[in-house]
Design a protein around this ligand. Structure first.
Ligand code: F6P
Length: 550
């Protein structure tokens, strides 16, 4: 469908039908939905790859799901999906194709951008990464003084950090434990300081990850890392080649920095930053887990890509998850979405999803530049269970807000941990299952009274329930399963952007702050007057200078 000719979302009959339907369901309780349909728990379950997805604890009926799918059809989600996979320039504000799916396409696939098949180049870079990763892992690649590399420090930010940093944590039990791998992103010098303070520079490799190679945080940290290395090694510029490699689309800037472009791993402008971690941006992860495991991760992504590309609407899991988000965001006024992994290894998963989701769909104009008249992307938040249970779950259970949540858990603990600790896994998962049950079904005042609770405490001890959750369960957190999970969320975010009619692949909203920071810096360092500084900020800058004794 031509975007120009598209009816505005909230003027479609499908939108109106959903709004009406929402009113009909206003008093409906999950308890009731389960009573009415005893097989609901199994019927409202889908499977994609290794992921078992239970959506029965949602405030939806068959009719809700049908109306949501009709909205997807009216907004031509699958048409845009085909354009995505086909290499069309669907990132219209940057005039770019959006082809992260090509990064995990098999060697013999054909994916064309401007008439050129990009898959051979993708695999050439993957092969080059594999060769390099093996040389580092085997000790064949040595530093300037001939010592083996034992430490890898990835310097990048946003999409050039969050993906590999998250996946390194997630797949720790698959990593080479003799290697120390750290991730530096913050321009706060403390980040680099802590990352290198106990490292031997002769054994340290810096991986400078930046699509543009102009990002101020990354270039500042990379420059400081280079100064640290050369000072500590008492070496000249020639040492850089053995201790710095680059992951970038910008060969000119990489060369200007002093990195040998033979040690640059390339990617392309059709890979968005937050969709880049299975490109060359994954090099630090690949060094940590090895090329074979990295390819298993890519296969996991590809499996879900194929599912999203081919599964009918009724069983298409990313479509379903996207639609459920629309249901709550647009028809229940939910402002946020919690992602609650019951895995210590997924401690950075939600932070990764924050960029994926919020940088993609945090938009307030449609693809034509007109203000949207509907809610777009939610605030995404969450930390691993069970920690959250003893902190903010109170608000989810008994607060006043609608907070749909995803619970992600695994049947098996990772193979590496000892039997004693493995025994704790059932307790972890008992909490996982108990929470979604409590959220859905709560505890009625009568149930509270039946426990002999004094009447004045009954309202305090009542749980109204009806809090919607999705449960995603897999056997084990493997590289493939991680790839499947990420692709699931990537496509869910895509579905929502398609429905809300926003460009999910630009991020102009981060620009203003960057420009102003550059302007403010001389005011801090030299006290120069910055034209256009508002009165509040000018006073804060003055206080800062005073506190720093300037
Ligand atoms: O400022 C936002 C952003 O452009 C992200 O989209 C991106 O992932 C990040 O900065 C880092 O950019 P680069 O990889 O070019 O350093």
């Amino acid at each position: 469908m031509n975007a120009d000719s598209r009816t505005r979302l909230n003027q479609t009959p499908e939108w109106t039908a959903l709004a009406e339907h929402r009113k009909e369901l206003a008093e409906t309780q999950l308890r009731e939905l389960f009573d009415r349909n005893p097989g609901r728990g199994t019927a409202y379950t889908l499977r994609v790859g290794d992921l078992h997805v239970d959506y029965s604890k949602h405030l939806v009926t068959d009719r809700t799901l049908r109306l949501l799918r009709e909205l997807a059809a009216a907004t031509d989600v699958f048409g845009l999906r085909d354009a995505l996979f086909g290499g069309e320039k669907i990132n219209t504000t940057e005039d770019r194709a959006v082809l992260h799916t090509a990064l995990r396409a098999p060697r013999d696939a054909v994916v064309e951008v401007d008439g050129e098949n990009v898959v051979p180049a993708v695999h050439a870079v993957l092969d080059k990464m594999s060769g390099f990763a093996e040389r580092v892992r085997s000790g064949e690649w040595t530093g300037h003084t001939g010592r083996r590399i034992k430490n890898v420090v990835n310097i990048g930010i946003g999409g050039s950090d969050l993906g590999p940093a998250m996946a390194y944590e997630a797949l720790r039990s698959f990593t080479d434990r003799d290697l120390t791998v750290r991730f530096v992103s913050n321009v706060d010098g403390a980040d680099l300081h802590e990352a290198v303070r106990d490292l031997d520079p002769a054994e340290t490799l810096f991986v400078i990850a930046s699509k543009t190679f102009t990002t101020i945080e990354t270039i500042t940290n990379a420059t400081s890392a280079r100064d640290w290395l050369l000072t500590e090694l008492k070496a000249g510029q020639e040492a850089v080649a053995k201790h710095f490699v680059a992951l970038s689309t910008n060969a000119g800037k990489v060369a200007d920095f002093g990195i040998d472009t033979a040690n640059m791993f390339e990617f392309w402008d059709w890979v968005g930053g937050r969709y880049s971690f299975d490109s060359a941006i994954g090099l630090s992860l690949m060094i940590a887990i090895g090329p074979d495991r990295f390819r298993e991760l890519l296969d996991g992504f590809h499996l879900v890509d194929e599912h999203f590309r081919t599964a009918p609407a009724e069983s298409n899991v990313p479509l379903l998850l996207g639609l459920l988000g629309v249901w709550y965001g647009n028809f229940h006024d939910a402002q946020s979405h919690a992602v609650l992994p019951y895995s210590h290894y997924l401690s950075k998963f939600t932070a990764y999803l924050q960029q994926l989701d919020m940088e993609s769909n945090g938009k307030s104009v449609d693809r034509q530049g007109r203000p949207v008249e509907w809610q777009t992307g939610p605030v995404v938040w969450g930390t691993p269970g069970t920690n959250g249970q003893h902190a903010y779950y109170q608000l989810i259970h008994q607060g006043t807000k609608v907070i749909p949540a995803d619970f992600i858990g695994f049947a098996e603990p990772v193979a590496e941990i000892g039997d004693g600790l493995k025994a704790q896994h059932d307790l972890l998962m008992a909490n996982f299952f108990a929470q979604t049950q409590a959220l859905a079904f709560g505890k009625t005042p009568d149930e509270v009274r039946a426990e002999g609770v004094p009447e004045e405490l009954v309202p305090h001890k009542t749980f109204k329930g009806n809090h919607p959750t999705t449960t995603i369960l897999a056997r084990e957190l493997t590289p493939s399963v991680l790839g499947q999970l990420i692709a699931l969320y990537e496509h869910k975010v895509f579905v929502q952007g398609a429905i809300w009619d926003v460009d999910s692949f630009d991020q102009w909203g981060v620009e203003l702050g960057k420009v102003l920071a550059k302007r403010v810096e001389p005011a801090l360092t030299e006290g120069v007057d910055v034209p256009g500084l508002d009165e509040s900020t000018a006073a804060l800058v003055a206080t800062y200078r005073e506190l720093r004794g300037r």
